[in-house]
Design a protein around this ligand. Sequence first.
Ligand code: ATP
Ligand code: MG
Length: 340
Amino acid sequence: MLSTTDTRTIILTGDRTTGPLHLGHYVGSLRNRVALQTIHEQYVLLADAQALTDNADDPAKIRHNVLEVALDYLAVGIDPELTTICVQSALPALAELTLLYLNFVSVARLERNPTIKDEIQIRGFGRDIPAGFLCYPAAQAADITAFRATLIPVGEDQVPIIEQTNELVRRLNRQSGRELLPEAKAFVSKTGRLPGVDGKSKMSKSQGNAIPLSASDSDIEAAVRRMYTDSNHLRASDPGRVEGNVVFTYLDAFDPAVDEVADLKSRYRTGGLGDMVLKRRLAAILREVVGPIRERRAELARDPDFVMDVLRTGTTKSRATTERTRELVVDGLGLFRLDW
Ligand code: ATP
Ligand code: MG
């Protein structure tokens, strides 16, 4: 039985299997996972059940992307010897915990969640919001607590979901009269929300504004060429705006030469620096980030048996972990227990 006073740091993160991962995932979360896996116990969830909440008409896409996202994980350096990679739909305890948790959150509270509100609008659901979608914060609370995770490396958009998880945890702890489940902390990186190449909202798999980690050099160059800079910066000699300029946002996220970027910003502000110079620099940097990932990914894709083995091993281990928490919660809530 898991101890409820266990203070080890356990990490859980995951990604919806709606498409291959992109540079937003890389700076928002994947880089942190690679660093943290050597320090803490880490689980990474291929969230295919959650992907279904807004893709019920296309389960084939969700299934296909389980292996695609797993390849992305391995290609960026998530090491299956250090990180447990598992498949959400193959962990029945997560679904059972979700069902229990749904009784401890109101529909009004789910509707108030700012991330849910935004995402409903972006997806244009109108009044036809799939119930599973509205309720995904409860499912995410199930995921996090099932692993007894206390640290969650996520992008900024997920912070309200973790706040709601902690509300549920406090409610369940109160109800059971003991510290049944631990609260979790979001770990947001310096670039918590990378904008899409369209410069608008965040880079997202489902919004067609992403540079995937498998992008070719020419895809990268084309995406950077299309990026908005400052619409008033027509000639190189014109003074330009740095704030809200997507190319600079990307340089801040990816260019390791911070001092040089600061110098470019001041030259851009005063005038005398053309957009093409900046874009060439950014394209070169992104090619360097993506190139080795893409190559490693292609190599791994030639060995699907290895990837399947990683998922089988990780999911088997996770079944035991999540089942223990399910028992703990059923017990903590004082539900009927059959003495087998
Ligand atoms: P979808 O469009 O299907 O929702 P997504 O691109 O938003 O896909 P998710 O699977 O929802 O990706 O998110 C996985 C993780 O990556 C989350 O922690 C999320 O916060 C983070 N993330 C996603 N996009 C970005 C981004 N543009 N910048 C920073 N972090 C991001
Ligand atoms: Mg998302």
